[in-house]
Design a protein. Structure first.
Ligand SMILES: [Zn+2]
Ligand SMILES: [Zn+2]
Length: 302
């Protein structure tokens, strides 16, 4: 089972020679979620060796072009490739007119099962095969939502404890299904395996919901548009600096941090890392197009 994010694009506002508009494909076992398909996402998926057919849902944070101009191409490709399963699309309900235009941007043979499921308020939740998908409003120049996927806790059987109670073979499955076997209960022979979690935070100034989305996640993909020298402008237009994004990761107990959505005004991307590093001691990934970022390994107690 694969758990990773394939980075398809990392540029804010305009693409550059080395950075496409945004696009991130999360693989969480059988749940495959495409986040913020910017212009060119269809071709970036080709370059990354990824097909549209496994996509189970699409999440759009907001209707700026760098996060959504690739939606028409992806939807038409899903139709062309005869993807047999329904594909849910989540987006801010206030942007319905933009969704409607992108959904029917040009003429094509539309035979895919695309299920619009807009997000409104702060109570959105969808049950997926990987766990609960939630969304919270962020602070930007138009309605914007961040997303979070939370896998429920499971249980891991402990062979030594099973042996102690002389349980083996088909009896193990029986115990797992029924919760007990004779006098032996499930919690006597297993430990809790905490679920993994993922958050996606794009285009926002600092606000409480940034922290709420990031709280304790294994993997956080977050915008890091500006450097410290442009901090006041970042605050004015609803964006984060690399240092702010890294401080969020520290304060929220994030395990692995992925910085992306870089402004093209800076020539040297390593400066984002220089400014993020003092704020966050964990693993930091500066996103590059076509990079695969695996979830961090489960901790040994899991
Ligand atoms: Zn953007
Ligand atoms: Zn934006």
């Amino acid at each position: 089972m694969t758990r990773e994010v394939a980075v398809l694009g990392t540029a804010s506002q305009v693409p550059t020679r080395h950075r496409n508009h945004n696009g991130y494909l999360l693989r969480f076992d059988d749940e495959v979620i495409l986040f913020d398909p910017g212009e060119g996402t269809q071709r970036q998926m080709l370059m990354a060796g990824l097909a549209v057919s496994p996509i189970t849902r699409i999440c759009i944070t907001h209707f700026h072009g760098d996060h959504s101009l690739g939606l028409p191409g992806i939807l038409q490709r899903i139709s062309l490739d005869k993807v047999p399963h329904p594909v849910a699309v989540h987006y801010p309900a206030q942007g319905q007119e933009f969704y409607d235009r992108l959904r029917h941007a040009t003429s094509y043979w539309d035979n895919a099962d695309i299920v619009p499921a807009p997000v409104a308020g702060a109570t959105f939740a969808a049950e997926t095969s990987a766990g609960r998908l939630t969304a919270l409003p962020l602070w930007h120049s138009l309605p914007t939502y961040g997303y979070r996927l939370t896998e429920p806790d499971g249980r891991r059987m402990v062979p030594a404890l099973l042996a102690e109670h002389h349980i083996d073979g088909p009896a193990v499955g029986e115990l797992q299904r029924a919760g007990r076997l004779g006098d032996v209960t499930l919690d006597q022979v297993s430990v809790i395996r905490p679920g993994q979690s993922f958050a996606f935070v794009m285009d926002t100034g600092l606000c409480d919901n940034v922290y709420a989305l990031a709280e304790g996640v294994d993997l956080l993909v977050i915008e890091s548009t500006f450097l410290n020298e442009d901090k006041s402008m970042a605050e004015m237009v609803g964006h984060l600096t690399a240092a702010q994004a890294a401080a969020v990761a520290r304060e929220s107990g994030v395990r692995k941090l992925v910085l992306s959505h870089f402004s093209q005004r800076y020539q040297d991307a390593s400066r984002f890392l220089d400014e993020a590093r003092p704020e966050f001691a964990g693993e930091i990934v500066l996103a590059e197009d076509l990079m695969r970022v695996p979830f961090p390994a489960r901790t040994s107690s899991e």
